[in-house]
Design a protein around this ligand. Structure first.
Ligand SMILES: Nc1ncnc2c1ncn2[C@@H]1O[C@H](COP(=O)(O)OP(=O)(O)OP(=O)(O)O)[C@@H](O)[C@H]1O
Ligand SMILES: [Mg+2]
Length: 425
């Protein structure tokens, strides 16, 4: 059976994650995922091409090994402080007596005809509403009678250099990029319900290097922005505050980290190894005292952004927090009190397969990239039957690896790894 395999590539500051799904008439089945530690990015942007290419290659190799599919095309995510959004509108006269899809296209084209500096490029033009002869709030005017059609859109742009650098990394890793998607749009696709987007909700994706914010109302994006702060800042604070290495600080944060009032079920004391090898026992309250101010700072910045974009007026459903940092114990509760809005943690929840591993806020962007893979490009991706011969090779390769593993000590990685549904079959 011919089957389309589609792949989303989340090039994050802390991890690179390639999510592969098989398309079938009923939807998408996740069939494998490769996650590797990301090297070469800072605050969501490429700062070292070779390191980023290496990280992408490793994530792809993991995914290819477990799915048996040679990955040629991906939909890739982009973020970083260079990304900006603004609203625009444009109007056209209707050619016939009823609005046709081509009238809509012309109206959107008119709305996107704005001055964009040469060093910036449009990533998305998202229609927010249509106005037909003065009647506002129309979501789909096809077939309606009228004379003048106006489109209101939200335009997302990015710095040409940052976009080119990301594309260059993908190309050097042997990939054809079929789409480049602003990451919170992908995360929103994976975590938000239609009702939330209709009623008004803010997605806050707190990753390692960035905090992405996207406000949805009446089913479409109204505002988006990126803050250059994330979980890495918390890790850094722990490393400096306790004089431990960054990897140790990361482990302490994940295992024993919490915000105030949430550490009750954690041990009263924790052991740390300071640089120089000195082992110390400290109250876990010390860790909380280091983590808390940075979390408050992130949330204050989100609050400021919500005030600026009228988020408090629109976000009836409150906030959906996602991204790896939303796993920090009590961060959602702190967000609820700081932002004064209901908060839930958003897990990717829209495809079959690989549960419960995939149901982790770190993978919201990767899953969302697969889900938003452009329809017309799905045929460009690999067909499962095209890779049968390769699958044979993969099996030999895997057998060799396991044979080798029996005779050598496997060095287990702290970060990253392969998750595969095929291997379970
Ligand atoms: N259990 C946990 N507790 C606290 N923090 C966590 C936990 N698990 C992951 N994190 C943090 O989440 C962050 C990584 O999140 P994520 O994978 O969403 O980021 P990213 O996509 O690589 O980065 P970005 O989107 O900012 O470019 C890291 O700072 C990591 O320490
Ligand atoms: Mg991310």
């Amino acid at each position: 059976m011919r089957q389309h395999i589609i792949v989303g590539l989340d090039v994050g500051t802390t991890k690179i994650c390639a999510v592969a799904a098989a398309e079938h008439p009923g939807g998408l089945d996740l069939i494998g995922m490769g996650v590797t530690h990301s090297v070469g990015l800072r605050k969501g942007m490429v700062i070292n091409i070779d390191d980023t290419v290496d990280s992408i290659r490793r994530a792809l190799a993991e995914t290819e090994a477990c799915t048996g599919v040679r990955i040629k095309s991906v939909s890739v995510g982009i973020s970083g402080g260079h990304i900006k959004g603004f609203s625009s509108q444009g109007a056209v006269g209707i050619k016939g007596s009823e609005v046709t899809p081509s009238d809509i296209e012309r109206a959107i084209e008119a709305a996107r005809t704005v001055y964009i500096p040469l060093d910036r490029e449009i990533l998305h033009v998202i229609p927010t509403e249509f106005i037909l002869d003065g009647q506002e709030g129309i979501t789909n005017p096809v077939g309606m009678s009228g004379v003048r059609l106006e489109a209101r859109v939200h335009i997302i742009t990015g710095a040409v250099s940052s976009i080119q650098n990301l594309l260059k990394c993908c190309e050097k890793a042997g990939l054809d990029v079929v789409d480049i998607v602003f990451e919170p749009l992908a995360s929103a696709r994976a975590t938000l319900t239609r009702l939330e987007k209709e009623s008004g909700v803010v997605l806050v994706d707190i990753g390692g290097g960035t905090t992405d914010i996207a406000l949805f109302k009446d089913g479409s994006l109204r505002h988006a922005s990126v803050l250059g702060i994330g979980g890495n800042h918390i890790t850094n604070d722990i490393a400096v505050g306790l004089r431990v290495t960054m990897p140790d600080a990361e482990i302490l944060k994940k295992l024993s980290g919490a915000v105030a009032g949430q550490a009750a079920d954690l041990p009263a004391d924790i052991q740390i190894t300071q640089s120089g090898g000195q082992v110390k026992t400290i109250p876990s309250e010390c860790l909380v005292q280091i983590i808390q101010p940075r979390c408050e700072e992130v949330l204050e910045m989100v609050r400021g952004e919500l005030k600026r974009c009228c988020g408090y007026e629109h976000a009836i459903y409150g906030v959906v927090m996602t991204g790896g940092s939303s796993l920090l114990k009590g961060f959602d509760k702190l967000a609820e009190s700081t932002l004064d809005l209901p908060v839930r943690v958003g897990l990717p929840d829209m495809m079959n397969g690989l549960e419960p591993i995939i149901k982790n806020p770190q993978y919201s962007t990767g899953v969302g990239l697969v889900a938003s893979y452009p329809e017309h490009d799905r045929t460009k991706t690999v067909h499962a039957e095209d890779v049968n011969s390769m699958l044979g090779k993969m099996k030999h390769w895997a057998r060799d690896i396991f044979r080798h593993a029996e005779t050598t000590d496997i060095n287990h990685k702290k970060e990253g790894g392969t998750v595969c549904s095929r291997s379970k079959k």
